[in-house]
Ligand binder design. Structure first.
Ligand code: BGC
Length: 711
């Protein structure tokens, strides 16, 4: 037995049933010292605290628990409970702590896992010294529905990009050494399929086949487990009639057994009694029985386990072995975090300037240039600009949803970013805030109009879904009012979710998708507008042409009457084109790149693939412009004919590369078993013999391809 297991067994052997059940109980932290809570800790009835008191912490003002109180709660656990087992403090540290990073969907556009990892390391360093041991992040839910407000918390529509982002965030949070004082345990959430809520309605049911789950929704969780995520949160939704919280198949058979997850599963907020609403449990006792037997280890806030597990064990409805398994898992994470050795809040300093620099870089790389007619961007350093729209001076909404510890006062607004970095510009600005009816753009002294369009952060996040993703009339009016002034228009879109922009596109010379960029918003925007940063962000989701196209995503299978072009397999609607506004992976640069590789056909045998052999592809990226720039080269695979219909294309690898003006770089890509395989109808990962098309380019429409035959 390993040393860790010996320690776990030693503790477990001393525990009473009540103490074991107590470990499974997570409650909301008190905001002031509370003798009743101290008493519960002494009795061993509390295993964990969530540092928040509301069911929708992402939408509400955050509660801050003082360091002294956290240390006191911990002291009571360590010194005054019978076995001295430390409590674990969890908080929603989602896309930043004090320094707020771009929200996950925006950050995914960077296609830069190394930078994301570095930034999330910074987040862990800021959070751990505030007493956070464990964060309820990253959310790795794939989503194909921009109506669902929570699509912004995840990495978009692609399982490969989602997996890379999941790993980067987890490795950043957890660091090299989980026991280090500046590491926090990660939580991959919400397992499973939450992003497929029907109609984009939050908390709603999903209907997903196992084939689709395994090929699309599960991979990021597999990667999260492989990356060492210590915890996983079960999702609210049901999948085809079975709530995730009470699904033994998904929690135990797949996650714990098949994927080998050895940490613990936490419920979502109040999700156990919610199985009553979902119609699978009659009362809280039955809800506890079902969820516990499914393998849900820790209960967030609703205390059904605390109230009913003992009786359920006595009645033989749940087993003590299962209880031991859950307790082992929780102790394992506490031990790995080093909480037994170092239970109290560590003291160390952080380099906030570095965190801001990294955040600025990530924000810059996350910006996607969608249109740049006549190379209107980058702007001249001494431009005369009219700046208008609701986000010109905004410091709150640009942070996005789920910001518990970030301070709007630390945010650089767009106005400040431009003024601070480019003082020679002549700026006329009008900040037509959301509340104002005044839509006109004032003081047209400038040569160019930069419109900062967007929506409030309350339009996205938990319980904030919409039925219509069209850009609002108010924003359309701002654009049209600007258009009559006959100056070129640059539209900056501060929307975290995909929106349909066909109504404004014809009026805009440049369109820049900024998403929610966080603390460094203004600096990053200025960097891109003036060319200090050459944009390299790529869309992590398809931007639909209109609401009625939803769902629309690039990695779909082809229709039965498919022809040549990417979306030609879709019949056009009578009232709308088939193709989206902008495809997955798309993003312009101020440079021009030529991506080339040897297109001759290749062969490899299945046996060689099984033995780990890969097909190596050398890719040449030439920068055929006068501007240095970064390009994200993307490799897509299409399994031409298989036992199941396979997607038109699937992203299997990407690499960001910086290429100097009029220069070239070479990249090595590899295609092997993992890239060519899929989960078949029986749920087995297989590579099937036959032809594969391999496309390389800079978006999902990449047209240069090679044919690979697997024999
Ligand atoms: C959300 C989770 C969150 C939890 C704790 C739930 O309502 O779905 O994402 O981590 O609350 O705040």
């Amino acid at each position: 037995m390993e040393e860790l297991d010996v320690r776990i067994e030693k503790i477990l052997s001393q525990m009473t049933i009540d103490e074991k059940i107590g470990q499974l109980n997570q409650i909301s932290s008190p905001l002031v010292p509370d003798e009743k809570v101290f008493e519960e800790i002494r009795k061993g009835n509390i295993g964990s605290f969530i540092l928040s008191t509301t069911a929708q912490a992402g939408n509400d003002d955050a509660d801050n628990v003082s360091a002294n109180l956290l240390n006191e709660l911990q002291r009571v656990a360590v010194e005054e409970s019978r076995l001295g087992i430390p409590v674990i403090f969890g908080r929603d540290v989602i896309h930043g702590h004090n320094t707020v990073l771009p929200i996950a969907l925006t950050a995914a556009a960077s296609f830069d896992d190394a930078l994301v990892k570095e930034c999330y390391r910074n987040v862990a360093r800021e959070a751990a010294r505030d007493g956070v041991h464990w964060t309820f992040s990253p959310m790795v839910d794939l989503s194909r529905d921009p109506r669902w407000g929570r699509c912004v918390e995840g990495p978009g529509e692609d399982p490969y990009l989602g997996s890379k982002m999941a790993r980067a965030m987890i490795e950043g949070f957890q660091g090299e050494d989980l026991a280090a004082e500046d590491s926090v345990a990660a939580c991959a959430k919400h397992y499973l399929g939450y992003g497929a809520s029907e109609g984009g309605r939050d908390y709603f049911k999903t209907e997903i086949s196992e084939y689709t789950i395994r090929n699309f929704y599960l991979p990021a969780y597999k990667e999260a487990v492989d990356a060492g995520a210590q915890t996983v949160m079960a999702a609210f939704n049901e999948i085809s009639g079975q709530p995730c919280s009470s699904s033994r198949y998904w929690l135990t058979d797949v996650l714990k057994k098949e994927l080998g997850f050895d940490g613990f599963i936490v419920s979502d907020w109040g999700a156990i009694p919610q199985t009553i609403c979902q119609g699978v449990a009659e009362d809280e006792k039955q809800a506890a029985e079902l969820c516990f037997n499914a393998g849900l280890d820790m209960e967030m806030v609703s205390a059904c386990y605390l109230k009913h597990l003992k009786e359920l064990i006595e009645q033989g409805m749940v087993s003590e072995e299962q209880l031991d398994d859950s307790v082992r898992r929780i102790l394992r994470v506490k031990l790995r975090l080093g909480l037994f050795e170092k239970p109290y809040i560590p003291k160390y300093s952080v380099d906030k300037d570095k965190h801001k620099r990294d955040a600025r870089r990530l924000a810059g790389e996350s910006i996607v240039l969608l249109k740049n007619k006549d190379n209107i961007l980058p702007l001249n350093l001494e431009s005369s600009i009219t700046l208008a729209g609701p986000m010109v001076t905004d410091k709150v909404n640009v942070l996005g949803t789920w910001v518990l510890d970030g301070n709007p006062e630390d945010v650089t607004s767009v106005l400040e970013g431009i003024k601070g970095n480019y003082p020679k510009c002549d700026i006329n600005y009008r900040d037509s805030a959301f509340e104002e009816e005044q839509l006109c753009v004032a003081n047209y002294k400038g040569d160019i109009t930069v419109l900062c369009l967007g929506e409030t952060k309350m339009m996205t996040g938990e319980a904030n879904s919409v039925s219509n993703i069209e850009i609002s009339d108010r924003m359309i009016n701002i654009v049209k009012n600007a258009y009559v002034k006959k100056k070129p228009i640059v539209a900056l879109l501060f929307y975290a979710r995909p929106i349909a922009i066909k109504e404004i596109e014809p009026y805009c010379d440049a369109i820049v998708w900024c998403g929610n960029l966080g603390t460094e918003t203004g600096n990053a925007v200025a960097d891109v507008l003036f060319g200090k940063v050459n944009p390299s962000g790529k869309l992590p989701v398809t931007l639909p042409y209109c609401t009625g196209q939803i769902p629309i995503y690039y990695n779909t299978t082809a229709a039965s009457r498919a022809v040549n072009g990417y979306y030609d397999g879709y019949l056009n609607y009578h009232d709308c084109q088939a193709a989206p506004m902008y495809p997955f992976g798309f993003g312009l640069s101020y440079s021009d790149f030529d991506i080339s590789f040897d297109l001759s056909n290749r062969k490899i045998s299945l046996k060689e693939l099984e033995e780990g052999k890969t097909l190596k592809i050398k890719i040449k990226v030439r920068n055929i412009s006068e501007t240095d720039g970064r390009e994200v080269v993307q490799l897509y695979v299409k399994d031409v004919a298989a036992s199941m219909a396979r997607p038109i294309r699937e992203l299997k690898q990407y690499k960001g590369v910086f290429v100097k003006a009029n220069n070239e770089e070479e990249l090595d890509f590899e295609v092997g078993y993992r890239e060519l395989g899929f989960y078949n109808a029986n749920g087995n990962f297989v590579v099937e013999k036959g032809k594969f098309e391999i496309f390389v380019g800079n978006d999902c429409y990449a047209d240069k391809k090679t044919l690979l035959e697997v024999n």
